[in-house]
Design a protein around this ligand. Structure first.
Ligand SMILES: Nc1ncnc2c1ncn2[C@@H]1O[C@H](COP(=O)(O)OP(=O)(O)OP(=O)(O)O)[C@@H](O)[C@H]1O
Length: 269
């Protein structure tokens, strides 16, 4: 029989409720000798949306990739739920990272699989046995959880549609449902709405904000649309040349700061 192996929680005391779930300090990264992140510090809290703004090449994506382990920083600290990730190895690191999900501009769904099967795939990190190799063997309780996630993003009626037949906005919502099925507590979204039309972009950002506020997720989204950040983010981080130039409430982001953030970087991407 297929078993759902829930990850064993790390034996760490739960941080107080007002502690950040993610604390990044002094993140430093270079490519080919060129510094692209220069001492980046920020925190993410449950129940809140942080938007990363900045010109092309300012280091927004690299910041998220370092947190996800897709890039390795030269220096800095990344603490997830109070645990320094660089101190973890093997299964412990995998389990810690399982609480962070990523949503990309280029939506990574398997087009020939149904929306439901794609959402179930969010649980692959905790499944063993035949279900880990074929959706045919996904257990009933996983399908129910995936169905609830699809309902949460407003797509229960498309559960059995092949992902390749969904619109861009629907596909991105399926990707968000997959993150819910992963049971992530941090959702990193790298330009999640850049490929969507304005209405779908608005809907996806509204959904991310709703999930942050109602499901207590910590959401960080790289955006190229300051207006979307103004409507949906609780906090904004503005990067210039790999340094944080602005970190604060959306209300403090005035026209002159926005214009500075979007002055082309010294070395553009
Ligand atoms: N794998 C890589 N190899 C070499 N340089 C890279 C790599 N990834 C990113 N860079 C460089 O690092 C800098 C920051 O890139 P990054 O993608 O983080 O910027 P960004 O702010 O997300 O830009 P954009 O808005 O264009 O996506 C850019 O100059 C980019 O060319």
């Amino acid at each position: 029989m297929t078993t759902l192996n829930l990850p064993t929680p790390l034996a760490l005391p739960a941080p107080p409720a007002d502690e950040p779930i993610l604390r990044v300090s002094n993140l430093t990264k270079s490519f080919g000798g060129r510094t692209v992140l220069d001492g980046v510090d920020f925190t993410l809290h449950r129940g809140s949306v942080v938007a990363f703004l900045g010109a092309n090449g300012s280091g927004k994506s690299t910041t998220l990739k370092c947190v996800m382990g897709l890039e390795t920083p030269e220096a800095g600290s990344i603490q997830l739920d109070g645990t320094e990730l660089s101190n973890l190895r093997g299964g412990e690191l995998t389990r810690a990272r399982a609480s962070v999900a990523m949503v990309f501009q280029k939506i990574h769904l398997v087009p020939r699989r149904t929306a439901l099967e794609n959402v179930c795939a969010g649980a692959l990190g905790r499944i063993s046995g035949p279900a880990s190799v074929s959706p045919m063997f996904f257990p009933r309780e996983l399908k129910e959880e995936a169905m609830a996630a699809l309902a949460r993003v407003g797509l229960a009626d498309r559960a059995h549609e092949k992902a390749g037949r969904l619109s861009g906005g629907q596909a991105q919502r399926v990707a968000v449902a997959r993150a819910l099925c992963q049971r992530a507590s941090v959702l990193l979204a790298d330009e999640p709405v850049s490929a969507l039309d304005p209405r779908a972009a608005e809907e996806v950002m509204a959904l991310l904000a709703e999930l942050a506020h109602e499901e207590n997720l910590a959401v960080a989204a790289v955006l190229h649309q300051p207006d979307l950040a103004m409507r949906h983010a609780d906090h904004v981080i503005g990067l210039i040349n790999g340094r944080i130039e602005y970190s604060g409430e959306i209300s403090g982001l005035d026209a002159s700061m926005l214009s500075r953030l979007y002055t082309p970087n010294r070395v553009a991407a």
